[in-house]
Each structure stands twice: as structure tokens, then as C-alpha cells.
Design a protein around this ligand. Structure first.
Ligand SMILES: Nc1ncnc2c1ncn2[C@@H]1O[C@H](COP(=O)(O)OP(=O)(O)OP(=O)(O)O)[C@@H](O)[C@H]1O
Ligand SMILES: Nc1nc2c(ncn2[C@@H]2O[C@H](COP(=O)(O)O)[C@@H](O)[C@H]2O)c(=O)[nH]1
Length: 213
């Protein structure tokens, strides 16, 4: 029987729309889901743990990883490098586990256009308004006014790619958005191609049917 290959579930949004919050909820909902811990050259925020939230690398170390083909995708975002280490993702999906990515549109496009494209599920999170996006970045209280200003200026760049994603959610009410996200993940897991074991099941049904005659 062919085994199931894991799905690559990609969440993107402008900074502050809520993808980190939704990722954490999704990981708590389904402990079998693996999070792709990105590498970044930006400094840790208060409370961020190396190896859990990000792998915090120097620029030299990051570039070395890229040169050795160690990144599945990588991009320059808000003045820093970010990338998804290849090995843990490949191991997880070969093991049949789904992997969650919190990455920008450039990284999403690289993965969707790669050999892993048929195994991806991409979801874009929109904010209810630009004013609310700013309010959320400010209320998160983890970035300087200058950083928030830069992220707001880049928000349209990110939003302009919403049309390339499989699904789009407007994250107004968090509980509602999370319910919709779970529905999307559950439905995608039920796609015929995600269930290679069905072939054997249908063969068994056919045999049982033949035995009736
Ligand atoms: N639906 C919502 N309603 C109100 N606040 C929300 C909602 N979703 C997320 N938030 C809050 O908005 C802030 C930004 O959310 P979060 O950090 O998840 O955004 P993000 O898209 O991951 O941003 P970044 O790309 O900068 O990491 C957080 O303080 C979070 O608690
Ligand atoms: N292409 C990639 N983008 C990534 C990756 N990890 C995170 N990101 C995106 O960067 C911005 C900023 O993140 P922050 O943690 O500094 O707020 C956000 O849009 C992330 O989705 C990655 O590995 N590749």
C-alpha cells in the first residue's frame, strides 16, 4: 500500500494579521502537525526561544545554509533573511506528517512552484482593515514604532499576492477564523490524493462484492 505523503500547509499574511496566533492554535488542536521552525537573521523578540520560534542565525551562517542547499525556500523580508530549513520538512512529509509554515508570499511561491507543489495547501490571512492591522501590531507591543511603520508600509506588497493562494480568510473574529481554518485543513486532508490507502480499501470492497455473486 502506498503511504500518505504529508501536506505542506502554508499561512501568509501582512505582518500583524494573525498568522502566528492561528498557527499556535492549529498546533495545539492537532499535535501531529509539525511546525517548520524558520531560520532568520533578525534579533529575537522578548520571549522568543532559539530553536522553538526561530533558529536565530548570523548572516554568514544563513548564507552558508543557502549555499549548501539547506533551505527549502528563503527570502529577504523587512530587511532580514528568513528561510525554511529543508531537512526537517522533508523528513516529516516522508513520514506522512503535515508541516505548517508561517512564511511570506515569496517563500510560499517558491514552495508551490517546487516539486512539492502538488502537496501544498496555501492560505492567505487578510486583516479586516488597515487601521486594525496597525492596531494589532501596536497592541502586540513587541516592535518599535519604526519597525511597525516599516511593516505597515510593506503590508500592501504582501496583500497584493492574496490571489495566488488556495484559500483566503478575513481574520476579523479570531474564533470564527480558527473554525474556518480547521475546516480547510480537515477538508484538504480528505482529498482523494491525500488518501492513497483508499485504493486498497476499494479493492477490498470490490472483492467482497465479487464474493457475493
Ligand atoms: N482576530 C483577531 N482579533 C484581534 N486581535 C488579533 C486577532 N488575531 C490576532 N490578533 C492579535 O494581533 C497581534 C498580531 O498577531 P500575530 O502576531 O499572530 O500576527 P502575524 O501575522 O503573525 O504577524 P508577523 O508576521 O509580524 O509575525 C497579536 O497581538 C494577536 O494577539
Ligand atoms: N519566506 C519566508 N518568510 C518567513 C519565514 N519565516 C517567517 N517569515 C515571514 O517573515 C515575516 C516577518 O516575520 P516576523 O517573525 O519577523 O514577524 C512574516 O511575514 C513571516 O511570515 C521563512 O522561513 N521564509
Amino acid at each position: 500500500m502506498s503511504t500518505r505523503r504529508g501536506l505542506l500547509i502554508i499561512l501568509s499574511s501582512p505582518s500583524g494579521a494573525g498568522k502566528t496566533t492561528l498557527s499556535r492554535q492549529l498546533l495545539a488542536w492537532d499535535p501531529s502537525l509539525r511546525f517548520s521552525v524558520s531560520a532568520t537573521t533578525r534579533a529575537p523578540r522578548p520571549g522568543e526561544v532559539d530553536g522553538k520560534h526561530y533558529h536565530f542565525l548570523s548572516e554568514d551562517a544563513f548564507k552558508r545554509e543557502v549555499a549548501q542547499d539547506g533551505m527549502l525556500e528563503h527570502a529577504h523580508v523587512f530587511g532580514h533573511f528568513y528561510g525554511s530549513p529543508r531537512k526537517p520538512v522533508e523528513e516529516a512529509i516522508e513520514d506522512g506528517r503535515d508541516v505548517l509554515f508561517d512564511i511570506d508570499w515569496q517563500g510560499a511561491q517558491q514552495i508551490v512552484n517546487s516539486a512539492l507543489g502538488p502537496n501544498t495547501l496555501s492560505i492567505f490571512i487578510l486583516p479586516p482593515s488597515i487601521a486594525e492591522l496597525r492596531r494589532r501590531l501596536e497592541s502586540r507591543g513587541q516592535d518599535s514604532a519604526e519597525t511597525i511603520g516599516k511593516r505597515m508600509l510593506k503590508s500592501w506588497d504582501e496583500i497584493s499576492h492574496w490571489g495566488s493562494y488556495d484559500f483566503v480568510l478575513v481574520n476579523d473574529d479570531l474564533d470564527r477564523t480558527f473554525e474556518d481554518l480547521k475546516t480547510i485543513v480537515t477538508a484538504t486532508r480528505l482529498r482523494r490524493l491525500q488518501q492513497p490507502g483508499l485504493v486498497n480499501h476499494v479493492r477490498k470492497l470490490q472483492q467482497e462484492f465479487e464474493d457475493l455473486r
